[in-house]
Design a protein around this ligand. Structure first.
Ligand SMILES: [Zn+2]
Length: 68
């Protein structure tokens, strides 16, 4: 999706929606959350989420268990 192509259909109608206060985020600590960017395919409706600030990824990796 970040490349502008939908993985579910051949569309290139991908739009980025930055996080607003009412949307979901990932808690890192009581005072810190990772905002999420939404990539929406406006042809089929598929949505992908990405952590907005890549610098927070190590904190998420430390707090949450890895999928095995
Ligand atoms: Zn699509």
């Amino acid at each position: 999706m970040k490349t502008g192509v939908c993985p579910k259909c051949p569309s290139r109608d991908i739009h980025r929606v930055p996080q607003t206060a009412v949307e979901v985020s990932i808690a890192i600590s009581w005072s810190k959350t990772a905002n999420l960017d939404y990539y929406v395919c406006t042809a089929c409706g598929y949505v992908e989420l990405y952590v907005e600030d890549m610098a927070l990824l190590p904190s998420i990796a430390e707090k949450y268990p890895k999928v095995n």
